[in-house]
Design a protein around this ligand. Sequence first.
Ligand SMILES: [Zn+2]
Length: 71
Amino acid sequence: MLVVAGLVIAFVLVLILSNRRTRSCRWRADRRQDRDGQSYYRCMACGAQVFTSNGKPPLDCAVNPRDTQED
Ligand SMILES: [Zn+2]
């Protein structure tokens, strides 16, 4: 049972950390900029512009040197 509890705690921590990472970013959809079935999102906080294929805002800020591609 300790292993299960540890997994649950780790899962919650991941959720908290991932939420904190995107807290500074405010993604705003702009349907007029959609293209090729992808949704256009612009970050009001840092100005990043990202296309996502699942219609949801990016999980990470595009300014971070991380791979934000959905595919
Ligand atoms: Zn941002």
